[in-house]
Ligand binder design. Structure first.
Ligand SMILES: [Zn+2]
Length: 252
């Protein structure tokens, strides 16, 4: 399984919790201990890739802060790399930041600048590789940006589980996947802020492994095995390595 990562993502590019120092290190430190993860460096996204998802004004607005623009472009490029490799049947996790699911066509908030998920899926679509997709957003917060950009597309199913207990939450994902049916690819907006020691206070380490496994099983029975996930939120910095590893162990 591929881990898409660039050392630039260690950089503290802003003062928000997603950009905090020490957030990425435990993830990479943990995953590097396992030889079955292949680390791949992404390239920055191209301007055309942004324009499928965002207005020229929005892109220009982000460009006004070059430190943020550069890293957001690299995160979008990481999402594209994960999506392309997933399409080629290599399960991939984009260990990227800044996150993207609160970025809409012409605006953004919540530590997000460009919508990495929409950018990666719309690129695959523009290349004629996919027509349909299932997006599972298991971040604590609803990915309003992704909904705003992609919900008009009938062949794109977006799942935002809301269950109040771990059991309800996992059952909701399972039912939603059953209902989703066949698609060309499945992708996760993988936020880890529902973790018991994070803001959401709900999901155990095992729950993340189960979510990864559900996605793997779904992709193998409904999407020709194509699957990828992109890091969104997750602020229990010291445990991020353990819970992302658990997810990847189910997902790989
Ligand atoms: Zn979140």
């Amino acid at each position: 399984m591929n881990i898409i990562f660039h050392e630039q993502f260690y950089r503290t590019y802003d003062a928000d919790p997603a950009a905090a120092p020490g957030r990425m290190e435990p993830i990479i430190h943990t995953l590097k201990r396992f030889p079955h993860y292949a680390f791949i460096n992404p390239k920055p996204a191209q301007p055309d890739d942004l324009l499928r998802t965002h207005s020229p004004d929005h892109i220009e607005h982000i460009q006004q802060t070059p430190t943020i623009y550069d890293i957001a472009l690299l995160a979008a490029g990481g999402a594209i790399e994960a999506a392309q490799r997933a399409y080629a049947n290599e399960p991939s996790f984009g260990c990227i930041r800044p996150p993207g699911h609160h970025a809409s066509h012409a605006s953004c908030w919540g530590f997000c600048f460009f919508n990495n998920m929409a950018i990666s899926l719309l690129k695959l679509e523009s290349e004629g590789k996919i027509e349909s997709a299932v997006i599972l957003d298991f971040d604590l917060h609803i990915g309003d940006g992704t909904l705003n950009i992609l919900r008009g597309k009938n062949a794109f199913t977006i799942i935002n589980p809301q269950g109040h207990t771990e059991k309800d939450y996992l059952e909701e994902i399972s039912h939603a996947l059953e209902e989703a049916g066949d698609a060309d690819i499945i992708a996760a907006s993988a936020g880890f802020d529902e973790y018991v020691r994070d803001w959401g206070g709900k999901l155990s380490i095992t729950a993340y492994q189960k979510i990864g496994k559900m996605m793997k099983n779904f992709s193998e029975s409904h999407c020709a095995g194509r699957r990828y996930a992109l890091l969104e939120g997750g602020y229990c910095y010291e445990d991020l390595g353990i819970i992302i590893h658990a997810f990847c162990e189910g997902f790989k």
